[in-house]
Design a protein around this ligand. Structure first.
Ligand SMILES: NC(=O)c1ccc[n+]([C@@H]2O[C@H](COP(=O)([O-])OP(=O)(O)OC[C@H]3O[C@@H](n4cnc5c(N)ncnc54)[C@H](O)[C@@H]3O)[C@@H](O)[C@H]2O)c1
Length: 443
């Protein structure tokens, strides 16, 4: 049995709804239900027997989902979605009146920051006003979007002012890896920040249907937990990027160091690889944490400068070796991370802008992101004098590239043996590069 009266971890012993003495959990409505967080969550609840309504303002996504088609890549979802739509277990709609039928309402809408890095609280408030307008006393309201700390308590005050009787409110952050949601929702413990023990217990029962363990904290601790997770990862990527640039500027092979320091040395296992660290969450949530701490977040600011600066640093480095003015450069991968189709806040686009200032021509390609400005991979390989792997999709590993390839992640290309030694571009004399017609790696 979950007991939220003491904060801490509780193992989940119940896996089936309506059994082991727990109350049956009624219909679940997910606001933002056709998004990257909402849709996999809806699939996961529907799969364990809960009836789910996905409420979304995007008519296009709602139509797609109701036709059993995923709007984005998500492992295991292409097969599951049509099954659950056909059985009536899951349905998508733009009609927010459906919220009234639900026992639990989960909010998963986007929570962007402004151009200056402050949380854009207005759109969230307006969306919540519309949600509350459809809700009734006695329901459970769970915030799942990543929010500015204090938003849950602020919403509680609003709910009280509106006079809702017995409505329970909790904040339960989403910590899945995009595209692995259906796997991770079954594995990750759920952090529950209930406004009061009743709300915490109800939220724990709901999420306990999916996960092995719940962890009770206060609402602000739950809100901060999510921001700490993302800022921590973002800072880790910045450390690797900084180390990469230090090695690169001093004639050392970062990847050889990376391999050396991790080998049989557990304390460095979490050392991230360098690369373009961006996407819709890490940057935004680092900004949110900084804003919450009144701008006093030195590590976060340094990480933003480092990670967002990578396209510039990389192009500066390339310019020392290639006369870009006369070159056509191809960018491989425009999604925000490998094997993904999400281009939101991808640094590949920034790389393109920086290269446009320096090169004769820039070609972009991505097998998963559709954009009329992109060029097919075969044509990019055919026309480019130089390739840069911005997003190391696995499919590039099997490609033969006749031109030099720059891959800071070293996931796509292997180092090239020269004179029986493994070497890399910068250890060779300048003129060799122009003659190189085989796979090259730049580190
Ligand atoms: N994407 C991730 O991997 C991830 C992981 C953890 C947390 N989060 C957080 O989850 C939240 C959602 O992120 P996402 O990536 O799913 O965004 P998303 O843009 O993919 O999905 C949001 C959905 O909400 C819909 N929507 C917007 N306003 C609405 C409204 N007023 N009513 C109903 N629907 C509305 C949109 O049409 C969209 O389908 C954000 O706060 C994000 O930081 C995202």
């Amino acid at each position: 049995m979950f007991s939220p009266h003491d904060l801490g971890t509780v193992q989940n012993t119940r896996r089936d709804p309506g059994t082991n003495g727990y109350t049956w959990i009624g219909r679940v409505a997910i606001v933002g239900g056709c998004g990257h967080v909402g849709l996999p969550l809806g699939l996961a609840f529907a799969k364990v027997g809960i009836r789910v309504d996905l409420i979304d303002t995007s008519l296009e996504r709602v139509d797609l989902v109701n036709r059993g088609r995923m709007p984005f890549k998500e492992e295991g979802a292409d097969e599951l979605l049509p099954e659950l739509i056909d059985s009536g277990q899951l349905r998508a709609t733009t009609d927010s009146a459906r919220l009234r039928d639900a026992e639990s309402v989960i909010v998963t809408i986007g929570t962007p920051v402004s151009d200056f890095g402050d949380p854009a609280i207005g759109p969230f408030d307006r969306a919540m006003d519309k949600v509350l307008a459809q809700m009734r006393p006695g329901q459970l309201l769970v915030l799942r979007s990543t929010v500015f700390p204090g938003v849950t308590d602020r919403l509680r005050r609003k709910i009280d002012e509106m006079g809702f009787e017995g409505m329970d409110l909790a904040y339960c952050p989403e910590r899945i890896l995009q595209e692995k949601s259906l796997i991770e929702l079954k594995q990750l413990p759920q952090i529950i920040g209930g406004v009061g023990p009743d709300a915490a217990e109800r939220a724990a029962h709901l999420f306990g249907l999916l996960c092995p363990k719940v962890i009770f904290v206060t609402p602000i601790e739950a809100e901060l937990s999510k921001l700490f997770c993302n800022a921590y990862r973002y800072i880790n990527f910045a450390i690797s990027n900084q180390f990469y640039m230090i090695a690169e500027q001093n004639g050392a092979d970062f990847h050889r160091i990376y391999k050396a320091v991790r080998e049989d040395y557990p304390r460095m296992k979490s050392f991230a690889k360098p690369g373009f660290a961006a996407g819709p969450c890490l940057v935004k949530d680092t900004y949110q944490l900084g804003a919450f701490n009144h701008g006093a977040f030195l590590l976060g600011k340094a990480a933003l400068e480092m990670n967002e600066g990578m396209p510039y640093l990389l192009v500066q480095s390339i310019k020392r070796r290639f006369d870009l003015r006369n070159m056509t450069v191809g960018i491989l991968g425009m999604a925000m991370k490998a094997n993904n189709d999400d281009p939101r806040d991808s640094l590949s686009f920034k790389l393109r802008k920086v290269l446009l200032m320096e090169c004769k021509e820039v070609l972009c390609t991505d097998p998963y992101v559709s954009d009329p400005r992109f060029t097919p991979l075969a044509e990019v390989i055919d026309r480019a004098n130089l390739l840069i792997v911005a997003t190391p999709h696995d499919c590039y590993r099997s490609c033969e590239f006749p031109q030099p390839v720059i891959d800071i992640t070293r996931s796509v290309c292997s180092p090239m043996p020269v004179n029986g030694m493994v070497t890399n571009m910068k250890t060779q004399p300048e003129e060799d590069f122009a003659l190189q017609r085989t796979k090259l790696i730049f580190s």
